[in-house]
Write a protein that binds this ligand. Structure first.
Ligand SMILES: [Zn+2]
Length: 364
């Protein structure tokens, strides 16, 4: 893996991340394919709006269909027929969302499956082993995410374990083509964030994520901590903010120096009738659109906006037709891909400030 920083404008960065399955131009938004599928979309759809990397989920794939099945069928790329890059998260975030079903020790975390109650354990070593067995391009280290608000002791303990586990993840690596990213924790505490970033940077990992944000804190806190943490990370390595996917949040995070993002927001919205447009999100179920002959977003160049009207998509949702969620999921991801492409051009051309200001007040 290599990362080339091509241009900067203020703190905003324009780069190219070279991975085993091709180049990823950054800033980049990664569509989420939790269970080895970006819900309702095919790999051809993803290629049509030039997605270069998607995200899949260790926790979910561990439980179903499991490591052996995927490995036997040639790894995750072959299994899901996706020939571009895949990043898997470590499963830490999902396990910590289980709360009552988990037991945390220095060794790892034991938990019960949300599917059938069966017992499992994640350790730094087996989580890296799992992601390598899947053959993914980027693996995330196992981390401890604290729920906010958190006490100082809880935040300090999550930073301690996250560093300990990142060291063990780095030592457990065996596969050159899978790049391991560390995850900075520290809640909303600048001192804890600084410690986490410094301890992880000392491991000289190929990339770093900012974790533990976008978990219910205020937008001011999200933006402040993102900017603060991004500035602490090594300049030459890619920076990935986990769980952010609204236009306004993406613009603010790029402005703070982040390169990569993922979020279920665009596809979840797509399934629920919410369209992301450059003029703000709109609810296609609203009576306003029943006879609206315009495309979902008149400024969007995607295949859905070139082909269908708001009235038709509104009809699909009202008739409970499965094409409705599919078309909106496609448009929402394609729209974010265009936003990222325009952001990259603005950073390259030195016009980032104007682009940011034109999009920063985006209605969500
Ligand atoms: Zn569109």
């Amino acid at each position: 893996m290599t990362f080339a920083l091509r241009a900067t404008d203020g703190a905003a960065r324009r780069g190219t991340l070279r991975l085993a399955h091709g180049d990823v131009e950054t800033p980049a938004f990664m569509p989420v394919g939790t269970a080895a599928t970006v819900k309702a979309l095919t790999p051809d759809d993803l290629r049509a709006f030039d997605a270069r990397i998607i995200l899949a989920n260790t926790y979910h794939l561990w439980l179903r269909p499991g490591r052996e099945t995927i490995a036997e069928l040639g790894g995750l790329h072959a299994f899901m027929s996706w020939d571009r890059n895949i990043l898997t998260d470590s499963g830490g975030f999902q396990v910590f969302s289980l709360e009552s079903r988990r037991v945390l020790t220095d060794d790892g975390v034991r938990f019960r499956s949300h599917l059938d109650g069966s017992e499992h354990e994640f350790t730094p070593e087996n989580v890296v082993g799992f992601q390598e067995a899947l053959g993914v391009d980027v693996a995330m280290a196992l981390d401890v995410c604290v729920k906010l608000p958190a006490t100082k002791a809880e935040v300090d303990e999550s930073v301690r374990l996250t560093t300990l586990w990142a060291r063990r993840c780095a030592a457990a690596r065996t596969r050159e083509a899978t790049a391991l990213f560390g995850i900075v924790q520290g809640g909303l505490d600048e001192r804890a964030r600084a410690r986490s970033a410094a301890e992880l940077a000392a491991l000289e990992l190929p990339g770093y994520a900012i974790g533990g944000l976008s978990v219910g804190e205020s937008r001011d806190d999200l933006y402040r901590m993102t900017r603060f943490t991004a500035a602490l990370l090594p300049e030459a390595k890619p920076r990935y903010l986990m769980g952010v996917g609204t236009v306004r949040d993406l613009i603010a995070a790029i402005d703070g120096g982040v390169d990569m993002f993922d979020c279920v927001y665009p596809t979840r919205c797509g399934r629920n009738g919410r369209a992301l447009t450059r003029a703000g999100d709109l609810n296609i179920r609203s009576a306003t659109y029943v006879r609206d002959a315009r495309p979902i977003d008149p400024s969007c160049a995607c295949a859905v906006c070139a082909t269908y009207t708001r009235a038709y998509v509104a009809h699909l949702f009202r008739a409970d037709e499965m094409l409705g969620p599919r078309l909106l999921s496609y448009h929402n991801l394609a729209m974010l891909a265009q936003l990222m492409s325009e952001a990259r051009a603005a950073i390259e051309n030195g016009t980032w400030g104007a682009f940011r200001d034109a999009n920063a007040a985006h209605r969500v």
